[in-house]
Design a protein around this ligand. Structure first.
Ligand code: URA
Ligand code: CA
Length: 437
C-alpha cells in the first residue's frame, strides 16, 4: 500500500477501506509514515469527511494501535465517564465517589489540563501525597478493593492518537467530526470500560460551540461506541460559562468536597447527578435515571460518597483529612476580592478566556514542562442571568502575588458581558443521546 494513493483517494472524496485505514494508523503509531503525508491525509479528511464505516474503522484501528486494558477481572460492569473538556468542570471528583458508593466500579484513566481546560489528574495531585501513577496491577487491585481509582494511563493507550493529535494541533485539522470522535472514543475503548457516559460540552468554552454541532458529535461517538460493542450514551451539557464556581486545581477539589459534604448544591451537582445516574443505569445498579439520581443523593446525604473519596485518597497515598478540613488543601498567598466596574445582568461569558486567566495565574501549563501551582485560581460569585451592581464583588482571586492577581482580574472583567435588561439563566442539559441513529 502507498500513502500517496491514500491521500489521492481522500482528496477525490472517495471512502478509504478498512485495510487502508489500518495501514496509515499503524504507520502513525510506529513512525514509519512521515508527518507531511499524515498531515496531507488529515487535511483531506478534514475537508471531505468520513462515512460511518470509515469512522468506526478509524476508531478501532486507533484503539488497537497500542495496548488495550483488560478490566474483565473486575467484579461488576466497569463504568467510565468522559468529558470533552471544560472550565470549572469537576464532575468526575463529585460523581466517581458517588457512583462507586452505589456499587458500580469506576476504573478511570484521566488526563492532564490542556489549554484552557483543567485536568482531573492535576486537580487530584493538589491533595498532599496523592499519586496518580499506579501500575496496572495496583490500579486493578484498588478497583477490586474499594470500587474506585482515578489514575493516569498505566499503559501505552492509542499511540496513533498521540501522533495524529499533535499533527492536527499544528495543521488546523482539529475541528473535524470524524477525527474528534475517533480520537476520543479510541482512547475510551482502549482504557477498557464496558459502559461509558460521555459528557459533550457545548457553548463558548467548548470544542463545539453550537448545540447542533455538539449533538452531531455526541451521536457520532455513541454510534461508534455501540458499533464497537460497548454500552455508550452521551449528554450534551452547557459550557457557556464555567460549570462550578471554582476554577483552579485545589479550589476545584475544595468545591467537590463541599458538594460531597452536602454544603453546596447547584449546577456542578446537577450535572454530576445526570451523568452519574446514567452510569448507574449502564452499570446495572439503577432501573432508570430518576432512581439513579435518588440513589446518588442517598449516598451523598449518608456521607457514603465522601467516605469513598477518603478511601480513594488513602489508597493512592494521599492525606484524606482534607475531606474534613478543606483548609488543608494548598492555599494561595494572596486572596483578594475582584469588584465589577460595570453593572447589569450578566449576559454571556468568554469561558475560554476565563480558563486562560486561571492558566496564566499558574493553574495550568503553557508548555508541557511547566509546573502547576495548585493553590491558584479564582471563585466566580455570579452566573449568567445574575444582576450585578458596579462595585459588587464578582470574584475572589487566589494568586501567588498581587501582580498576577491584577492581570487575572482584568482578564475576568473583560470576559464578562452585561445587558441592561434581564437575561435568563443558561440551560444546563441540552440533549441526551442513547443511540447514534
Ligand atoms: N479531545 C480529544 O481527546 N481529541 C480530540 O480530537 C478533541 C478533544
Ligand atoms: Ca479531551
Amino acid at each position: 500500500m502507498n500513502m500517496v494513493e491514500l491521500i489521492e483517494k481522500k482528496k477525490l472524496n472517495q471512502p478509504l477501506t478498512k485495510e487502508e485505514i489500518q495501514y496509515f494508523v499503524s504507520g502513525a503509531a510506529d513512525g514509519s509514515i512521515p508527518d507531511y503525508q499524515l498531515s496531507a491525509l488529515l487535511m483531506a479528511i478534514r475537508l471531505n469527511g468520513m462515512n460511518r464505516e470509515e469512522t468506526v474503522n478509524l476508531t478501532l484501528a486507533m484503539a488497537h494501535s497500542g495496548d488495550m486494558m483488560d478490566l474483565s477481572s473486575l467484579p461488576g460492569i466497569p463504568t467510565d465517564k468522559h468529558s470533552t473538556g471544560g472550565v470549572g468542570d469537576t464532575t468526575t471528583l463529585v460523581l466517581a465517589p458517588l457512583v462507586a458508593a452505589c456499587g458500580v466500579p469506576v476504573a478511570k484513566m484521566s488526563g492532564r489540563g490542556l489549554g484552557h481546560t483543567g485536568g482531573t489528574l492535576d486537580k487530584l495531585e493538589s491533595i498532599s501525597g496523592l499519586s496518580v501513577d499506579l501500575t496496572e496491577e495496583q490500579f486493578l487491585q484498588q478497583v477490586s478493593d474499594i470500587g474506585l481509582a482515578v489514575v493516569g494511563q498505566t499503559k501505552n493507550l492509542a499511540p496513533a492518537d498521540k501522533t495524529l493529535y499533535a499533527l492536527r494541533d499544528v495543521t488546523s485539522t482539529v475541528d473535524s467530526l470524524p477525527l474528534i470522535a475517533s480520537s476520543i472514543v479510541s482512547k475510551k475503548l482502549a482504557s477498557g470500560a464496558q459502559a461509558i457516559v460521555l459528557d459533550v460540552k457545548t457553548g463558548a468554552g467548548a470544542l463545539m460551540q453550537t448545540v447542533e454541532d455538539s449533538i452531531q458529535l455526541a451521536k457520532t461517538m455513541v454510534r461508534i461506541g455501540c458499533d464497537a460493542g460497548r454500552r455508550m450514551v452521551a449528554l450534551v451539557t452547557d459550557m457557556g460559562e464555567p460549570l462550578g464556581s471554582h476554577i483552579g486545581n485545589a479550589l476545584e477539589v475544595k468545591e467537590a468536597i463541599d458538594v460531597l459534604s452536602g454544603r453546596v448544591e447547584g449546577p456542578l451537582l446537577t450535572v454530576a447527578l445526570e451523568l452519574g445516574a446514567r452510569m448507574l443505569v449502564l452499570g446495572g445498579k439503577a432501573d432508570d435515571v430518576e432512581s439513579g439520581k435518588a440513589k446518588l443523593m442517598d449516598a451523598l446525604r449518608s456521607g457514603a460518597g465522601l467516605e469513598k473519596l477518603r478511601q480513594m485518597i488513602r489508597a493512592q497515598g494521599g492525606d484524606p483529612s482534607c475531606c474534613d478540613d478543606v483548609s488543608k488543601l494548598p492555599q494561595a498567598k494572596v486572596i483578594v476580592p475582584l469588584a465589577s466596574r460595570e453593572g447589569g445582568y450578566i449576559a454571556s461569558m468568554d469561558t475560554i478566556r476565563l480558563g486562560n486567566a486561571a492558566q496564566g495565574m499558574g493553574a495550568g501549563r503553557k508548555q508541557k514542562t511547566d509546573v502547576i501551582d495548585f493553590s491558584v485560581g479564582f471563585v466566580m460569585h455570579h452566573r449568567i442571568g445574575d444582576y450585578v451592581a458596579p462595585g459588587d464583588v464578582i470574584a475572589t482571586l487566589h494568586a501567588k502575588d498581587a501582580e498576577s492577581a491584577a492581570v487575572a482580574g482584568e482578564e475576568i472583567l473583560q470576559s464578562l458581558h452585561f445587558s441592561p435588561t434581564p437575561v435568563p439563566p443558561c440551560k444546563l442539559i441540552h440533549a441526551f443521546i442513547d443511540s447514534g441513529d
